[in-house]
Design a binder for this molecule. Structure first.
Ligand code: NDP
Length: 315
């Protein structure tokens, strides 16, 4: 049978390119889990994906009710689940005021981390039950959350502190909107959310890999400077960022190439190692990369897991 893969945020950028790459092999049925149905349908059509290779399902990660409804509909569809790719994200580098999810969590961490945390937890059993030869849960990370890299050292740096803001619910009322309890900073909130993504992947690995055989992995696909992620940045930044990444840092990667990389992590028989953070060298070969100290801190990973369980109503 064909493999079944869910990709969140498959309506643009990396998620769409990955959906296309997997669909084209003819070996995968791609469930595009998107908040905007029409946009996703148009994107799939213009990417040339053929109808029998994909299904669009509604998922708004900024609402935990929507996450639960998505999971219920998926279970009811009777489809097996072989691979889950947590790819969607929001980035609000110029936000002066915080925005919030339906439950009142600051939007970047609420969407990128908490929405995916609940989704992954609720779908873990389905992955477990799959009889597919290699079942995987992939969470897209980022270099910007890794303070052991040049890009990760561009201020504001990721820093989760003692998690006091997260523990308080990131609501801006009786707690800060930032995980570390600091002042709102949209770029930092995004980086913090990516550190949570990378820590969550490792905590899944420690808790469930041996028992379930599921591969848990994360990756940095390269800088996709042309993707929609930078849509809220100032126009001058959007003009200069792609050539800067192409010619100065040489970290630039096209959406197509990044999609192939994520598709590899999701399906390539040689990338089955669990608990790993993948990156690619200049020759586009994958290698296991090192995470920064904070992004590999086991104690923090455990605490984030426990606090997040409470926030999403699992504990
Ligand atoms: P895009 O902005 O192009 O794609 C983000 C996707 O997430 C869109 O499909 C968007 O939907 C979706 N999304 C946002 N909010 C929600 C929500 N509440 N519910 C459901 N879906 C939502 O950015 P990229 O393709 O660049 O980003 C994809 C991933 O890659 C992210 O995890 C990002 O952190 C990561 N990444 C990106 C890098 C880059 O250089 N661009 C580098 C490293 C990692 P919609 O189309 O409706 O807006």
């Amino acid at each position: 049978r064909k493999g079944s893969v869910i990709i969140t945020g498959a309506s643009s950028g990396l998620g769409l390119a990955t959906a296309k790459a997997l669909a084209e092999t003819g070996k995968w049925h791609v469930i595009m889990a998107c908040r905007d149905f029409l946009k996703a349908e148009r994107a799939a059509k213009s990417a040339g994906m053929s109808k029998e290779n994909y299904t669009i399902m509604h998922l708004d990660l900024a609402s935990l009710d929507s996450v639960r409804q998505f999971v219920d509909s998926y279970k009811q569809s009777g489809r097996p689940l072989d691979v889950l790719v947590c790819n969607a994200a929001v980035y609000q580098p110029t936000a002066k005021e915080p925005s919030f999810t339906a439950e009142g969590f600051e939007l970047s961490v609420g969407t990128n981390h908490l929405g995916h945390f609940l989704l992954s937890r609720l779908l873990l059993d389905d992955l477990k039950q799959s009889d597919y030869p290699s079942k995987r849960l992939i969470i897209v990370g980022s270099i910007t959350g890794n303070t052991n890299t040049l890009a990760g050292n561009v201020p504001p740096k990721a820093n989760l502190g003692d998690l006091r803001g997260l523990a308080g619910g990131l609501n801006g009322l009786n707690s800060s909107t930032m995980i570390d309890g600091g002042e709102l900073d949209g770029a930092k909130a995004y980086k913090d959310s990516k550190v949570c993504n990378m820590l969550t992947m490792q905590e899944f690995h420690r808790r469930f890999h041996e028992e379930t055989g599921i591969t848990f992995a994360s990756l940095y696909p390269g800088c996709i400077a042309t993707s929609g992620l930078f849509r809220e940045h100032i126009p001058l930044f959007r003009l200069l960022f792609p050539p800067f990444q192409k010619y100065i840092t040489k970290g630039f990667v096209s959406e197509d190439e990044a999609g192939k990389r994520l598709a590899q992590v999701a399906s390539d028989p040689s990338l089955t190692k669990s608990g790993v953070y993948w990156s690619w060298n200049k020759a586009s070969a994958s290698f296991e990369n090192q995470l920064s100290q904070e992004a590999s801190d086991q104690e923090k990973a455990r605490k984030i897991w426990e606090v997040s369980e409470k926030l999403v109503g699992l504990a």
